[in-house]
Structure formats: C-alpha cells, structure tokens
Design a binder for this molecule. Structure first.
Ligand code: F6P
Length: 545
C-alpha cells in the first residue's frame, strides 16, 4: 500500500504534476481547445453499453489524462479494484467484502457459486412471481393492488429510483409507494390513500433495527389491525433483511423473510433482495435486465486498461477538481423527469461513502475527500439555481443526463427538452464576454455609460466544465448501466483518496443521541445536557404533553 504524504512518498510527484497542469489549464478556454482540435469531441467521448458519455467539455487533455493516470497508478487503483472483485475485505473497518459484481453476475447465469447469493435471488424471484401472478394473497384473500416499501436510506432510495425511472417503460403490476421518514405526516398521509384489504407492506431494513422503519412498520400493522379486525395481518408483510431472526421476532412469516448477505451495504443494495418492489412491479426479467446493465459496466471495469476505464476517468476528473482546483461541489442534472430521484440516490451513494477524513488505516487524510453532490431535474433547475452555475463565484462541474427518446412524445417537447440540455453545457463552456455584450447593447441604442455597467452584470465567465451522458431510451438495462457507472465512479475516486467508501460510522452518533433524547422527552433525566438542548427539549415536552 502507498505511504503517507507529504514528502518523499510515491504519490507526491503525481499531485505536483497535477498542480502545475492546473495552473496552465485555468487560463486555457475550453472553447479554444475545441477550436484547436476538431476531433476533441470524439477523442473524449466513449460508449459504454447503452450509454454514451461525452466528457470533452471537461478540463482534460492528453497531458492531464496522463497525470491523472499516474496518480491512479501511484494510489494502486487497479490493484484495489482487483482485490474488491476477488472478494477481499475491502470494507476493512467492518471486515466485509464489497464485491457487488458478484451480485449482478447472477443475472447472466441465474446461478452463483456463492450459496447466499443464489438462495437470495431464488427466493426473491419466487416472491416477485407470486406477487405479480396473484398467487400471493392478502389476509382477506384479495389480490394485492398496492405495495408499500417501508425503509430508509439505502433501503429506500434505490427501489424508489428504479420504480420511478421505469414508470412509463415497464409493465407495472401495482401501485407502489415508499414510506421512509419517521415524521407522522408521512405514514398518516400515505395510509389514508391505501386499501387495507389489498396492500402489501415490505419492511426493508438490513439491520432490522432502524428506528424510522420499525416505527412505520408498527404504524402499518396497527392500521391493518384496525381495518381488518380478526385477520392475521402479518400475512400482508414481507421483510428484507440480513437479520432474519429480528424479522421473525417481529412476527413476519418465515417464508416471507428475504435474507440478504450481510456484506451488502445499504447504499449498494438495490441490486440485491432490496429491489423486490421493483422485481414484483415490473417482473423478474425486467429486474434481471437492470442487473445485466450493471454487468456490462462490471465487465468493462474488470477488462479495460485504466486509460480506457470510463468510470475511473470520471472519478479522476472528480479527484482533479476536488484536490487540484479546490471545487467543493458537483451537480447532477437529469433532463428526464423519470430520473428525478437520481440526485437523491447519488447523494447517499457519494456522500455517505466519501464523507471521510481518515485513510483506510485510520491516519488523517492530508487532502480533501468527497465534496457535496446535489442536483435536480432539468429544465426546472434552469429557472432556479442555474443562475449560480453560470455566474456564481463558485465553479460547479455538472453532469447532464438525457434520454433521447420519450416514451410518449408530445408535440416537439422532447426536442425542446434536449435542446435545453445541450444549450446549458454550451453556455457554461462558452460564456459570453462583457465586451461583446456591450457592443450589442450599444447597437440596440443603450447609452454608453450604462452599456458598460450593464455588460458587466450580463457577462458570463464560461469555461465551466460538464459531462453529458446520453442513452437512447430509459430501459432497465440502461438504468442498470447508469447506476453502476456512478457506483464505480464513487468507488474509484475513494480508492484514489485511499478511504474506505463502504462504511458509514459518522451516522451512528446522531442515532445514539436521538435515542437518549427520546428518553429525555418521555421523562428520563436530562442531567449533563447543555442548556440549549435542555431548552429545546423543555419546549417540545410542553407542546406535546
Ligand atoms: O443511517 C444510515 C443507514 O445505516 C444507511 O447506511 C442505510 O442505508 C440506512 O441507514 C438504513 O439502514 P437499514 O437498512 O439497516 O434499515
């Protein structure tokens, strides 16, 4: 493994080279690079399965790519990917493997040598098929019409994203809903819309100890018991978990407990049994196609030299911006309403994984690791935060994601959507000089004094980088490839930073304190708390009594 910064270590020259290149690049207009090289778009674009990825509007050149590859080699990225694919305990703080390729690979042969994986998918297929065919019935003998996935974080974002994304493409069998937050409004509002005699609840919790999920499961059970007196309402529950005993203790029938291997991390779990709502709703084949889309990316990563590895290239750009340019955030802008959940999904994937300040061996990182990732669907964002993307004092690299074909075209709306998407990356790159704007204003009759001032307000700095990802249509396969692309991008960047992206210790303290404060709110002693927390609790107690 690579030793520490700063001096005399093998990575320092790579970082130095990148710092020097950044100094030159910052004053090289991206538009100039296109003018100098008519083949730039082709040279910095790649096909990856159903995806087309154009990163030519990024601050990339042959020299920069070479320096980034040198960094990746110094940080042993290829070895770390290989170790992960060989089931090594890549998640070193929990002593677990993180080989999601082994999960997805099941879809190609419908078999795995790993008995846990095999058992999980066989059980999952059976449950999905029974639900979809109507063989599985509710406590009243009714066919299910509604499914509610009760889960939070990784037990919610993935199935929610896939369910929404395939809404128009797939042959949906149920009305699928998601219940995540512990806020009582969520359960109350949702339950009020559901038919109790034909609603199935999936309790999705890897740990089966998550406060929000257990509270919402209890609310669903109480609601069913009230609506269906005398019925065994546990007939209407399925559990997905790596703690089957805890699900059984709650009352879920053994045959309805889908066991997931415990090395599968929440934010990587949509490929596993946690995708049950998706498989039941769109059918087992559609779910397997999602996995097969992921497999195309697995094969690409496993078999490509680093220089041709697309997720690694995108990851190295992320590292370059974070560490050499000092950018603190990046944004994901799906120009596809069906992918509007993608930014939320990626927030957990990237920020729960790369929000770390120590290296794998626990020593303090000497460079920044993951920054903020955020975004929302286009074109809505154009009428909101894009102002900051274009003229704000921070540079925020953008990912534009577009699906070329609409499922159901509406006049020329799909062309307009795509035109908007492409216009944004062009405007970000080219900008518009104050001098040109001033000339236009003068030509339009503006007086010279105000023309100069107004031109400064209207000027667009340009040179703002972006990647555009296209796919023909939002099929299960394209969806799987897209999500796997981002998964590997996050993993590759984390390996370059030498952090463990597979644990999330930072979320534990808040959970522990919230349990303590719940006790305090219910009358336990508050001694030892600071006066601010004391006064907040006092107000809550007063309001809730
Ligand atoms: O609180 C964070 C977290 O542990 C996530 O990592 C996870 O996806 C989520 O909670 C839900 O956990 P579980 O599936 O165990 O209920």
């Amino acid at each position: 493994m690579v030793s520490k910064l700063p001096d005399g270590n093998p990575q320092a020259p790579a970082w130095q080279a990148l710092a020097t290149l950044q100094q030159a690049e910052v004053s090289t207009p991206l538009a100039q690079r296109f003018a100098d090289d008519p083949r730039r778009a082709q040279r910095f674009s790649r096909e990856l399965g159903p995806l087309f990825i154009d990163y030519s509007k990024q601050h990339i050149s042959d020299d920069i790519a070479q320096a980034l590859l040198a960094l990746a080699s110094a940080q042993e990225l290829p070895d770390k990917l290989r170790a992960m694919h060989q089931n090594e305990a890549t998640n070193n703080t929990e002593g677990r493997s993180a080989n999601y390729r082994a999960l997805r690979a099941w879809a190609c042969k419908q078999h795995s040598d790993d008995r846990d994986i095999d058992a999980m998918y066989q059980h999952m297929a059976q449950l999905a098929n029974q639900l979809r065919s109507g063989e599985a019935r509710s406590a009243t003998g009714a066919r299910y019409t509604h499914i509610v996935n009760i889960g939070i974080g990784g037990s919610d974002f993935g199935p929610r994203l896939f369910t929404e994304a395939l809404q128009e493409h797939g042959d949906s069998a149920f009305s699928v809903h998601f219940l995540a937050n512990i806020d009582p409004s969520c359960a109350n509002q949702l339950l009020a819309t559901l038919p109790p005699e034909s609603t199935l609840f999936i309790i999705a919790s890897k740990s089966f100890g998550t406060q929000e999920t257990l509270a919402n499961a209890a609310a669903a059970r109480d609601w069913l018991q009230q609506a269906l007196p005398g019925k065994d309402v546990y007939e209407q529950f399925i559990a997905i978990t790596s703690k089957p005993a805890a699900a059984a203790a709650l009352g879920v029938k053994e045959a309805r407990i889908l066991a997931v291997p415990d090395w599968v991390g929440g934010r990587f779990s949509v490929w596993s049994g946690f995708g049950l709502a998706v498989a039941a709703n769109y059918g087992w084949e559609a779910f397997c196609d999602i996995l097969r889309g992921g497999v195309e990316v697995d094969e690409h990563v496993a078999n490509s030299p680093l220089a041709d590895n697309i997720p690694a290239t995108l990851a190295l750009l992320d590292v370059w911006y974070r560490n050499s340019w000092g950018f603190t955030s990046q944004t994901v802008l799906p120009y596809c309403h069906r992918l509007k959940q993608l930014p939320d999904y990626l927030q957990q994937l990237f920020m729960e994984s790369a929000g770390k300040a120590v290296e794998r061996d626990g020593t303090a990182l000497q460079r920044a690791s993951g920054g903020v990732i955020w975004g929302s669907e286009g074109t809505n964002g154009q009428h909101s935060f894009h102002q900051l993307l274009h003229q704000g004092s921070d540079v925020i690299p953008c990912d534009f994601i577009a699906v070329l074909q609409a499922e159901r075209p509406l006049a020329d709306q799909q062309q307009a959507l795509l035109a908007n998407c492409f216009a944004q990356s062009l405007a970000l790159m080219n900008g518009k000089a104050a001098a040109d704007i001033e000339q236009e204003l003068l030509a339009a009759g503006e007086n010279p004094a105000s023309a100069a001032t107004l031109a400064r307000h209207k000027a667009m700095p340009g040179n703002r980088p972006s990647t555009t990802i296209l796919m023909e249509s939002l099929t299960p396969r394209a969806l799987g490839a897209l999500v796997a692309l981002y998964e590997y991008r996050l993993i590759c960047a984390s390996f370059v930073w030498n952090i463990n992206p597979f644990d999330q210790w930072g979320v534990e303290l808040g959970k522990q304190i919230s349990r303590q404060l719940l006790g305090a709110m219910q009358g336990e002693s508050t001694s030892g708390l600071d006066s601010s927390t004391e006064q907040l609790l006092a107000r809550a107690r007063q309001a809730l009594k």
